[in-house]
Design a protein around this ligand. Sequence first.
Ligand code: AHR
Length: 656
Amino acid sequence: MTTSFRCAFACAVALTLAAPLLTLGQTAPAGKPISTDLFGIFFEDINYAADGGLYAELIQNRSFEYAPSDHAGWSPLTAWEYLHEGYAMGSVSVESAAPLHANNPHYAELRVESPFQKGLGLKNAGFDGIPVRAGEKVNFSLWARVKSQEAMPLLVQLRGPKDQVLAETTLSAQKGEWQQYDATLTPSATEDKATLVVLATGKGTIDLDMISLFPSTTFHHHRNGLRPDLAQAIADINPKFVRFPGGCLTHGDGLDNLYDWKQTIGPVEQRVAQRNIWGYHQTGGLGYFEYFQFCEDIGAKPLPVVAAGVSCQNSGGSWRIGGTGQQAIPLSEMDAYVQDVLDLVEWANGPATSPWGAKRAAAGHPAPFNLEYIGIGNEDKITPDFRSRFTLVYNAVHAKYPNLKIVGTVGPSPKGEDYDLGWALANQLNVPLVDEHYYESPKWFLANNQRYDSYDRTKAKVYLGEYASRGNTLYNALAEAAYMTSLERNGDVVQLASYAPLLAKEGHTQWNPDLIYFTNTTVAPTVNYYVQQLFGQNQGNTYHQGVVTLPAGTAADTTLAASCVRDARTGDVILKLVNTSPTAQTFRVELARFKGLTSTATLTVLTGDKEAKNTFTSPQTVLPKKSGYKARKAFAYTAQPYSLVVIRVQGRGVSR
Ligand code: AHR
């Protein structure tokens, strides 16, 4: 703790009485209403964020659908090893003649001529190994079809790196058609790089598919659920909305790669796997039902984004600038595409008796999901093809669902041709919101703090759908924090904002920086994450100008920023002070205007070395530190060099 910090804290404590801060009879200037959904998150399946990440499935390539089109060198047996142990004889192949479901065309066929001492089968290495904990159950399942005359005994094992058995069970697959089998395995030891082994120990022929292993504990205990530690880290941001499934993933690598929400709902074995624009594979196991359910679990509004009838302009076989370019759905097929989008709204909001609402109900959610927002397009090039397709989708959705808040798109940069053309189209069509994206330097974020002050309040509102300051140091995070105070100040025009990208798995990171890095067993939130969390947990619904005064003479100093919002639900007043300079800076605060405020407050400070980062080896280098605070009607607070300070002053008479 620096001297100035200690003094500010001590003085404030000494001079404060636990009394209301507004004298009776005084009237307070009303704050400006701002968006109640301002800070949320953007989830995209990039950097192994879904399969191998948030989606808790532990088996990689569980349905033998990997292909070279997903990634050079991949095949249906990627992540699998053929085992013929104890002199067993036979063979394995991947077949597609009579699959479990047409959407899931490949399966493994094991032909056992002689199991001899042990058996013949397959071993899966998971996503960089399968993490298991001693005594913590895992749920195994598979689909099998026995083609020979006798039932087929199966031995299922979890093994360590030296093939030592950590857990095992046996199953008897019955002769006849495809059937699902379940078992529970309880590992005897903790192992981060376990494997799963399935051995056929009898003679005959058996087909296997959807070989699956889930931790018995998933987030909110859902079947086909999410990894609890990662999901909780996201929930702890307190996001007001979740945008999904992308990003570039939404409009895909060519027309055959547009994200098709309909192929991601229903029984997992009937979903359609797809190559991922980021150079790997999407099982669809984390599909639209799971996204909506996750939103509900964490109290966030879903914001699905659909392609605007065109594919990503930057791709062509792999994600790179200058590929095949934007491709457009033929106009003759647009009716069907538009219908898919309308069906999505019915699936989310329609009664369980409606055709698509019935599918939601069948999946276990008869009540509507209360979809309020939908995005159309992702930073597309604003071409004539885009315009015509966007207009068709927009007009149809708006006509059928006039209350839905539709988000248009204005290119990948804070200015330029697509930005101008996108805005012009949005204003021409009266699109309620547009999605701006920018990845810029900290200097840019500090210099552009006034960007939205001059935006026309009568036009489309803004969703800042993707932004980041190109780094994970404390300085980057503070530049973002300073900018976020400007988003609050302009929360009447900026309705939504989300950092990007959200998740990145070590060893599979295609895009840096990200908000949360993780391995199979650890979660390492960045300093930027804590900024998002502090803003997420301290959102308000009115903005109050003139409560915080920056140090004298610093009006033009872009290194300092501050905001004041009030949360009507609790009555709390929340101050955010950002000092990105190398010296301590004193901010003045005037709270006298607020009625119903106590002097009880909390103080949270995020500070450290300018270049400090949280890493896997040092995940706690910069953490927010929270303490009690006593607020006065007027006080000065000296913020340490390189710090974000959040002071939350408690309102009266609200149960919390
Ligand atoms: O956030 C990563 C990518 O950045 C998104 O997929 C895309 O929208 C943007 O170019």
